[in-house]
Design a protein around this ligand. Structure first.
Ligand code: SF4
Ligand code: SF4
Length: 166
């Protein structure tokens, strides 16, 4: 979900090159708990980028029942040789909807890979301290009752490159 930019919790932070992890060799070998509280921190804040690949664009356009060109004209901006979702005037992601104190992603089932793989990013998994640093702004990362993600699932998300974070 990543950051963008300089958001409080950024979904677009740069990532180090993936390093294969074998069970027992990483600090999170026993799994990690995470449960999104829908606070919206990672989808709002200051200006930033929600990187989106053509794979993501195809899926979201189909979900919204839009043709590809109309979708990209409406929701996507070009940044150099990459693409990002547009932001609203207040820097909220274009797909962030606020209702009854909750923040919802309007394209949640097909949200960009960088959003889907949060918080299991290399930069958060470098050490417990890195995880805690990000958890300070992402309550879902410090929910002791959150869903337990086993090592294999963490690694699967960490190495998902369908939509690179950087
Ligand atoms: S709990 Fe974390 S992942 Fe969920 S909306 Fe808040 S900052 Fe984003
Ligand atoms: S696409 Fe959805 S999950 Fe990703 S930043 Fe936008 S509102 Fe948040």
């Amino acid at each position: 979900m990543a950051q963008k930019k300089s958001r409080s919790v950024s979904l677009t932070v740069s990532q180090a090159a993936p390093t294969p992890a074998a069970e027992g060799e990483v600090w999170y070998a026993e799994g990690l708990r995470f449960n999104c509280s829908q606070c919206g921190n990672c989808c709002s804040g200051g200006p930033g980028y929600v990187w989106i690949s053509t794979y993501d664009m195809d899926r979201i356009a189909a979900y919204l029942k839009m043709d590809f060109d109309t979708f990209t004209r409406t929701y996507v901006r070009r940044i150099g040789n990459r693409f990002s979702l547009l932001e609203k005037f207040n820097y909220d992601c274009t797909f962030l909807k606020r209702e009854n104190g909750k923040s919802m992603c309007m394209v949640y089932p097909v949200r960009p890979t960088q959003c889907r793989t949060w918080p299991f990013w290399d930069e958060n998994l470098k050490s417990p301290q890195h995880w805690e640093n990000s958890a300070a702004k992402c309550p879902g990362m410090c929910d002791a009752d959150g869903k337990k993600f086993e090592l294999a699932e963490i690694e699967r998300r960490r190495s998902d490159t369908a939509s690179p974070h950087e």
